[in-house]
Design a protein around this ligand. Structure first.
Ligand code: NDP
Length: 239
């Protein structure tokens, strides 16, 4: 059955791979993008691009209206959009902290809350939040990012309890290091240091995260909710 799927931040990186995977599987997929135009490869696949900055409640509302008009109420939401603003604590400004929390946590709250309207009515839905291994382990220079990503775990688990009786599952994926623009800024020395801690000895490809997302949204995962699923090559073992 073709479902209405929405992926935030689906114009590049992990979000793009997730959108492509759902579209390849025959779902009706919409992505949000902030600037420029949605990638041509997605347009060719029939994916709907809706412009939306998730820090703006009005843009979130109008994005949902556009998706609903074309594809019907969102049945699968993948809250993927996120940013980093790394800095050691004493140099981290309130603005750096706030911006990351506003996008990664409050922006996710906003998109999830809006999706739940239709899901509650339908008494069915799948929500997958993209957190990070760093939300569980912490990372020097990423206090803002780690706090936002750890927040997603408490958020998801609360919703899993709140929405379970309505057949809505809420799960979290914690990727390790994935080969995207977000990690291309990491210096060679730091990259080598990170890879020494990854049992599989390499970064993930975005498609490997997309596979786990699709599984959690599939008929093979009907009894999984409140789970935190690592896709990290073994980096976070023990957390
Ligand atoms: P990218 O930086 O490549 O992409 C981030 C996406 O989020 C872009 O589509 C971007 O849109 C969108 N976005 C950012 N801020 C907003 C906003 N305010 N409103 C709407 N969209 C926004 O990152 P990745 O693909 O690597 O990361 C995707 C997710 O995975 C993030 O949540 C990230 O934290 C998480 N993650 C990534 C890891 C990695 O190693 N890459 C590891 C663990 C987790 P735009 O193009 O307009 O900027």
């Amino acid at each position: 059955m073709s479902r209405s799927v929405l992926v935030t931040g689906g114009n590049r990186g992990i979000g793009l791979a997730i959108a492509r995977a759902f579209a390849d599987g025959g779902d009706k997929v919409a992505i949000t993008y902030r600037s420029g135009e949605p990638p041509e490869e997605l347009t060719a696949l029939g994916v709907l691009g809706v412009k939306c900055d998730i820090t703006d409640p009005e843009q979130v509302e109008s994005a949902y209206k556009e998706v609903e008009a074309s594809h019907g109420p969102v049945q699968v939401l993948v809250a993927n959009a996120g940013i980093t603003r790394d800095q050691l604590l004493l140099r981290m400004s309130e603005e750096d902290f706030e911006a990351v929390l506003q996008t990664n946590l409050t922006g996710t709250f906003r998109t999830v809350k809006r999706a739940c309207r239709g899901m509650l009515r339908a008494r069915s839905g799948r929500i997958v939040l993209i957190s990070s291994v760093v939300g569980l382990s912490g990372a020097a220079g990423q206090a803002n990012y780690a706090a936002s990503k750890a927040g997603l775990v408490g958020f998801a688990r609360s919703l899993a309890r709140e929405l379970g009786s309505r057949n809505i599952t809420v799960n979290v994926i914690t990727p390790g290091f994935v080969d995207t623009a977000m990690t291309q800024v990491v210096g060679e020395e730091r990259k080598a240091e990170i890879l020494r801690q990854v049992p599989l000895g390499r970064y993930a490809q975005p498609e490997e995260v997309a596979d786990a997302v699709r599984f959690l949204a599939s008929d093979q995962a009907t009894y999984i909710t409140g789970a935190v699923v690592p896709v990290d090559g073994g980096l976070g073992m023990g957390h």
